[in-house]
Design a protein around this ligand. Sequence first.
Ligand code: ZN
Length: 302
Amino acid sequence: MNNLNIYTEDLLRKIGRQLDHGIFPVVKNGGIVMPSESAILSKTLGKESHHAREKRRTSPARKSTSRAQGTPGRSTWTPARIGAPSSTPSVVSAVIDNAYAESLSDIVSAYPSMQVWKQEGGFWLYTESSLLPGLSRRVSFLTAVSTDKQVVRSWAFYCSAIGVTWIGPRHTNFPDGSICAYEPKDSTWSFGDSLVTLLDIYSVWALRQLHYEIFGNWPGPQSVPWIYERILEIKDNELCGCGVNGKHYLDCCKTADLRSNLVREAIRFGNLSLWSIRRPPVQISQFMCCRNQPPQISKFIV
Ligand SMILES: [Zn+2]
């Protein structure tokens, strides 16, 4: 599963190096991620953190935000996009939902594999991202958009003839294993913003998962404020998750973390993570297999 051709592997390595230097890739239609040629620099772009339940309570989706409001600090990271959805297919021009203004045609032109299921209080989106030219597998995303609660939650899988494989657990939420692709307080994306932008962010998140799988380290900035979680997950050659920019974990917090009261830190992190193992709900995995009747969004977003 992890055999890449040389060209694809080189691209993945280059994007990983750019991310470590705060340079974000561009995303093309179909969720193909490519190195940036323009070297866009950002200090906080693309930080991932694990949103334990405590953080979800303050997630931006709870806020009554819209694109029109914006914030001066916005766009700390939204990926550059090539192939803007201008050549929209005429077959789908309606908005998905009266509570969400983005048109289906905008999304389907950026992510042609899109399927949508409306239901009371929201809708489900299925999309695929190719990640890299020459990659023999695609990532499938299942995204629940609760227009009632103004919350979005998404899961990622590799799908094949023999079944589905969940992508995680790093940078997923406790306990449901949903994608954690940005730090809410950075205002990277808020409910009401473009779903294409959100899917682009997810595509880059999946590419970072692939980098972790192939090369063994998570590329780019990450937000991991909890000591015990840093000890468990961050590799020496990854950027530290404490918020100090540009330092590897080995050269930043690792020594202090190991000298801390590990029992106390373990209990603190256990309480935060609900003493749970991250994994997707069974209904989500089942729906990814056959994609016939989606479960009720209200079961997962309450
Ligand atoms: Zn640190």
